[in-house]
Design a protein around this ligand. Structure first.
Ligand code: CP
Ligand code: NVA
Length: 312
């Protein structure tokens, strides 16, 4: 059975921790380890939304492991002209060894995975961004050397919030989130993460007060107020999110040294102030760098049908 990487929900804590270990090894031994894991293999990278980090880190990651990446923007393939995702999946499966897709509805990624005979990786949907969170948690582990931490998320209850809360619950990181009313994460995701966190002896808190959420946090995370596909709501969102900017006052309100994280791209002056993202506490480019290593670990694991044999 081929394995996919669609959401962190599909993975147990032990496997996710091993993937982080593998990502750290990929990073440390970049020039010598895993150079032929994708030898003679091709990976299709489908983008229905813009990207800098995801596109470049996947292309470089495939190249690093000896494979050939195919960048397929929606404007270039028939998917953009109405060919179905089912037909796209079955066609691409006849040519390539793995598919990464960035798209809108999460159900589209699920359908692609269902109809594809090769592994499918979610490179961001409206609901989830699991590759980003693997890179983020790898970054946190590099900084602290433990998962026994608290991460506070301030802002929109969006794809990043969803994947972060699932990721934190699986890795045993306490998680709290503050969103404006009406912009809460999906309750089904929240309930799932709360359940996993409880089993791991950890907590997930949510409310509408950023100062309450960040108390005691080791990390404050935020993301844009208007995600890709929501551009028409920009003005309403700008108003709704007033008071939710991560600025120096909020960063200092944790009562301890706190790192600032953001998946990027950032809208400075909206969800984060310039001085915070430029400060010594900001680790946003470490996160961006780790996309490469985390995704190489994911691709290596998937191409070996979900086995770590010979990798760790
Ligand atoms: N964080 C992230 O996914 O960035 P891109 O949109 O540039 O890929
Ligand atoms: N929430 C953002 C994340 C970008 C990496 C978006 O979906 O646009």
């Amino acid at each position: 059975m081929k394995k996919d990487f669609l959401t962190l929900r599909d993975y147990d804590s032990d496997t996710l921790k091993k993937l982080v270990q593998l990502a750290i090894k990929m990073k440390k031994e970049r020039l010598t380890f895993g150079r032929d894991i994708l030898k003679n293999k091709t990976v299709a990278l489908i983008f229905e939304k813009s990207s800098t980090r995801t596109r470049v880190s996947f292309e470089v990651g495939v190249y690093d492991m000896g494979g050939y990446p195919l960048f397929l923007s929606k404007n270039d393939i028939q998917l953009g002209r109405g060919e179905t995702i089912e037909d796209t999946a079955r066609t691409l499966s006849r040519y390539v060894d793995m598919i990464m897709i960035r798209t809108f509805e999460h159900s589209k990624v699920e359908k692609l995975a269902k109809y594809s005979s090769v592994p499918v990786i979610n490179g961001l949907t409206d609901d989830f961004h699991p590759c980003q969170v693997m890179a983020d948690i790898m970054t946190v582990y590099e900084k602290f050397g433990t998962y026994d931490l608290k991460l506070a998320y301030v802002g929109d209850g969006n794809n990043m919030a969803h994947s972060l809360m699932i990721g934190c619950s699986k890795f045993g990181i306490d998680f709290s989130i503050a969103t404006p009313k009406g912009y809460e994460p999906k309750f089904e995701v929240l309930n799932y993460a709360m359940d996993v966190a409880r089993k791991n002896g950890k907590t997930i808190h949510f409310n509408n007060d950023p100062y309450e959420a960040v108390r005691g946090a080791d990390i404050i995370y935020t993301d844009v107020w208007t995600s890709m596909g929501q551009e028409a709501e920009n003005e309403i969102r700008l108003k709704a999110f007033q008071g939710y900017q991560v600025d120096m006052e909020l960063l200092k309100a944790t009562g301890k040294k706190t790192y600032f994280m953001h998946c990027l791209p950032a809208h400075r002056g909206e969800e984060v102030s310039d001085d915070v993202i430029e400060s010594e506490f900001s680790i946003v480019f470490d996160e961006a760098e780790n996309r490469l290593h985390a995704q190489k670990a994911i691709m290596a694991y998937l191409i070996k049908n979900g086995e770590f044999g010979g990798l760790l």
